[in-house]
Ligand binder design. Structure first.
Ligand code: HAS
Ligand code: CU
Length: 555
């Protein structure tokens, strides 16, 4: 057995230039989230029959608000945060500077993409929601903005791959440091996954919105969207997992269970994230039932690495709790450091996730999906995944990362702990409302208060949704108070705490089968084969497609 290690390369720190560019990416992400959370309040209150969207300047209708909410939260916030955060983890773990100019290019692309999409949405020319299903047609600036945002993730991926290549040249035969490995694996998965959305936007929707083509194919563009649209949820989740695996144990005083198991988890995501997209299209005609069944089966497969993660994370927390004097079956849990906002935000994030996972399993079950598809249940599900497990983890990361990047002490530690609790309680109440309403047939993406139908059982569900959403808004608002307070007024420190590195039980093996885990090239080829099996038959049968639908604009 190899000795336990802290996989932290000593004597390397990010330069001021690196800190600056990463800082701006994180600010951009959280700036977008601030807009998203404000719109989120409007969405949640709609279910409680309270219309505040009418007071938002320039807001034309409910769907415009929902488009803003989806685009800024699900795309701008997550992309900007991840580009910055995983650049930081990779650079620190490889002990190498990244290409600074390229990082500023990434930032520039994100800002431009965001502004283009924002212009199209704010001017009321892109009320197409974040899924932009054709034949609804948006202004070209919307598609171009999204394309730039996606390309910003590719450039980041290029920067990280390039750094890894340089590191390998200087460290022949060495194992890739775990923190860098899982960061780069995340981008490997996403670069493959994003090809669908890229083809759809650049080759089909953009020329169509510019009037270069007259008609489009709704089924093909939807399929290309979900080719990327399912794995995008893991592009949101995996940065949170990076923190849960290699940072949270350090904050909790625990240990990471297993280095190879962690790598296997990320490889499983690389393999299984993409060939599952049809689970969003169970009700779409034109896709064979057999292929839907295959995607359903693989979706149950991609459930597995998250189960493994639950085990690893609990192990790390338990060791931490017992070291702090906790005993018994559950008492160790109470002994964790409940005053540290970095930890509290992330533990509460973890506690929401089994509920997100369980509802996901129901979504994935073909026949149960028929009962909940397009109902409020679905936003119930995803607010317990991206809306809490991921977002609260990003809050927790910000509580050490912002001090690290700005060299300022966190302002309002107690407030930060309180905000996590309020957000956590809020999301549980809101999800309870959406989930139960969904089971009673309450639709998603609908201005309930003006719907010409309503059903018994929706009142309580709507009320809980509105109440929970308001608490989330307050919790989110307090997060921004802490963030802005720290950036503007935090006490200056010369040497802020370093990026947290967890102790692993055993050092990664230098020989044997484990070496294969670091051979990304083969795993990527395997992922491509799986994608061909899952999407090939549909594409062969369907292409060149049926480009018969004219554009529609209802806004
Ligand atoms: Fe999902 C729809 C299936 C995970 C996000 N999903 C959505 C949509 C979004 C979304 C945004 O099969 C709506 C898209 C739209 O606009 O239409 N989802 C799944 C499955 C999983 C899953 C099987 N989803 C996610 C994640 C998301 C996300 C993650 C964002 C980050 N989802 C679906 C399906 C649909 C869907 C269908 C389509 C529905 C429809 O009809 O439209 C799985 O990956 C979930 C695995 C999770 C687990 C939980 C592991 C728990 C952990 C925490 C451990 C910590 C503990 C605390 C226990 C297995 C790791 C420790 C401390 C203690 C002491 C207790
Ligand atoms: Cu999915």
């Amino acid at each position: 057995m190899n000795a336990p290690v802290v996989a932290s390369p000593e004597g390397y720190d990010l330069s001021e230039g690196h800190r600056r560019v990463i800082r701006w990416m994180i600010y951009l992400g959280f700036g977008a989230l601030a807009i998203g959370i404000l719109n989120g309040l409007g969405q949640a209150l709609n279910y409680a029959n309270v219309d505040i969207l009418q007071y938002f300047p320039g807001m034309r209708d409910y769907y415009q608000g929902l488009t803003v909410h989806g685009v800024v939260n699900a795309i701008v916030f997550t992309f900007a945060f991840t580009n910055g955060f995983l650049a930081l983890t990779t650079s620190r773990a490889l002990a190498r500077p990244l290409n600074l100019t390229a990082l500023w290019v990434v930032f520039g692309m994100m800002v431009t993409g965001f502004l283009l999409a924002a212009y199209a949405i704010a001017s009321g020319q892109a009320t197409v929601l974040f899924t932009f299903y054709a034949p609804l047609q948006a202004h070209w600036a919307y598609y171009l903005g999204l394309a730039l945002l996606v390309v910003s993730t590719w450039v980041t991926a290029g920067i990280l791959f390039f750094a890894l290549r340089g590191w390998r040249k200087e460290n022949p035969g060495k194992r890739i440091p775990l923190m860098a490995y899982i960061s780069i694996a995340t981008y490997g998965m996403w670069v493959l996954a994003s090809l669908g959305i890229a083809v759809s936007v650049v080759a089909i929707l953009l020329p169509w919105s510019l009037g270069m083509t007259d008609t489009t194919d709704p089924l093909l563009t939807r399929t290309l969207f979900w080719f990327s649209g399912h794995p995008i949820v893991y592009f949101w989740l995996l940065p949170a997992y990076v923190s849960w695996y290699v940072m949270v144990p350090k904050h909790a005083g625990g240990k990471l269970f297993s280095d190879p198991l962690t790598r296997v988890v990320f490889i499983l995501f690389l393999l299984l994230s993409i060939p599952t997209g049809f689970h969003h299209q169970y009700t779409d005609p034109g896709i064979g039932t057999g292929m839907k069944a295959l995607h359903a089966t693989l979706t149950f497969g991609v459930f597995f690495p998250s189960l493994v993660t639950a085990f690893s994370v609990m192990y790390a927390l338990e060791i931490g709790g017992r070291r702090r004097g906790g005993g018994g079956l559950v008492n160790w849990f109470t002994k964790l450091d409940w005053k540290n906002p970095v930890l509290v935000a992330q533990i509460l994030a973890m506690l929401t996730f089994p509920l997100g996972g369980a509802t996901g399993l129901i979504n994935a079950s073909y026949n149960l999906n028929q009962a909940i598809h397009n109902t409020a249940w679905v936003p119930g599900h995803f607010h317990m995944t991206v809306g809490s497990a991921v977002t609260m983890t990003f809050f927790g990361i910000a509580y050490w990362m912002i001090p690290y990047l700005t060299r300022r002490e966190l302002v309002g530690k107690g407030l930060a702990v309180l905000q996590s609790w309020i957000y956590f309680i809020g999301v549980l109440i809101m999800a309870r409302g959406l989930i139960s309403g969904g089971l009673d047939g309450m639709p998603r993406r609908t201005l309930i208060m003006e719907a010409p139908y309503s059903k018994e059982g929706w009142e309580l569900a709507g009320l809980l949704t509105g109440l929970g959403g308001t608490l989330m808004f307050i919790g989110g608002g307090l997060f921004f108070a802490v963030l802005v307070g720290t950036v503007l007024f935090g006490k200056k420190v010369d040497e802020p705490e370093d990026v947290p590195f967890t102790v692993t039980h055993d050092a990664p093996s230098e020989k044997g089968w484990e070496l294969n885990l670091d051979r990304f090239r083969y795993w990527i080829i395997a992922a491509i084969v799986l994608i061909l099996i899952a999407y090939g038959p549909f594409l062969v049968q369907y292409l060149p497609g049926a480009f018969t639908s004219p554009p529609y604009r209802f806004f």
